[in-house]
Design a binder for this molecule. Structure first.
Ligand code: UDP
Length: 185
C-alpha cells in the first residue's frame, strides 16, 4: 500500500474512525495552518519494550495475532485459531506487515521533528509506518517458536470476516521525508 492509494469506503467502524480522524486533521489544518499535522498509518504493531515493563498483554481474549500467540505459548490459551488457510499467499495464510512498537515510537519522534521543521509540507504529511515486508501467520508462529523455544499449538479454521489476504506498507515516503525506517525484523 502507498499513501496515495484510495481511502474511504471503509468496511468496519474501526476503519471508519481512522478515516474520519484523518479528515478532521486535514480540516483543522485548512482552517488554521498554524496547526501542523502528521498522520502515521500504523501497519501491525507488535512487541514490547526490551525492559519488559511495557508490552502487549491484553485482558480477555485477544483479537490480534501476536498477543494470541504469546498467550498460547504461556499456556493461557489452548490453541491458536489461524483464520483461513486458503488465501492466495505463499502458505495460504494471511500476510501482514508487523512493525515493532519501538520503531513505531521512533517514527513519532521523527514526525514531531518534521512538523516543526521548515521542510514540513501538507502534501507530505501522511506516512505509512511499516517495515515493507509481509509475513504470513504461519511464519509468525514459527518465528515465535524459534525465539521463545515454546510450542504454539494452532489449527486452521474458517477465514475471519473482513480480513484481506495481503497487506504491507510501501514505507519509502517515511524514509525520504522523515528519515525513518523500521529496524527490527
Ligand atoms: N489472525 C489469526 N488468528 C488470530 C488473530 C489473527 O489467524 O487469532 C490473523 C488474521 O487473520 C490476519 C493476521 O493474523 O491475517 C493479523 O491479524 P490481526 O487481527 O492481528 O491484525 P489485522 O491485520 O486484522 O489488523
Amino acid at each position: 500500500l502507498k499513501e496515495t492509494d484510495p481511502t474511504g469506503a471503509t468496511t468496519n467502524p474501526y476503519g471508519t474512525s481512522k478515516y474520519m480522524i484523518e479528515q478532521i486533521l486535514h480540516d483543522l489544518y485548512t482552517s488554521d495552518n498554524t496547526f501542523k499535522i502528521a498522520i502515521l498509518r500504523y501497519f501491525n504493531p507488535v512487541g514490547a519494550h526490551e525492559s519488559g515493563t511495557i508490552g502487549e498483554d491484553p485482558n480477555g481474549i485477544p483479537n490480534n495475532l501476536m498477543p494470541f500467540i504469546s498467550q498460547t505459548a504461556v499456556g493461557k490459551r489452548e490453541c491458536l485459531s489461524v483464520f483461513g488457510g486458503d488465501y492466495d499467499t505463499k502458505d495460504g495464510t494471511g500476510v501482514r506487515d508487523y512493525i515493532h512498537v519501538i520503531d513505531l515510537a521512533n517514527a513519532h519522534v521523527k514526525a514531531i521533528d518534521y512538523i516543526h521543521s521548515k521542510q514540513f509540507s501538507i502534501q507530505r504529511s501522511t506516512f505509512n509506518i511499516g517495515t515493507g515486508i509481509g509475513y504470513s501467520v504461519l511464519q509468525m508462529i514459527q518465528a515465535f517458536e524459534q525465539a521463545s523455544s515454546k510450542k504454539v499449538l494452532y489449527k486452521i479454521v474458517q477465514r475471519r470476516a473482513g480480513d484481506i489476504a495481503i497487506c504491507y506498507a510501501d514505507a519509502s515516503l517515511a524514509l525520504d521525508t522523515l528519515n525513518w525506517k523500521g529496524t527490527k525484523t
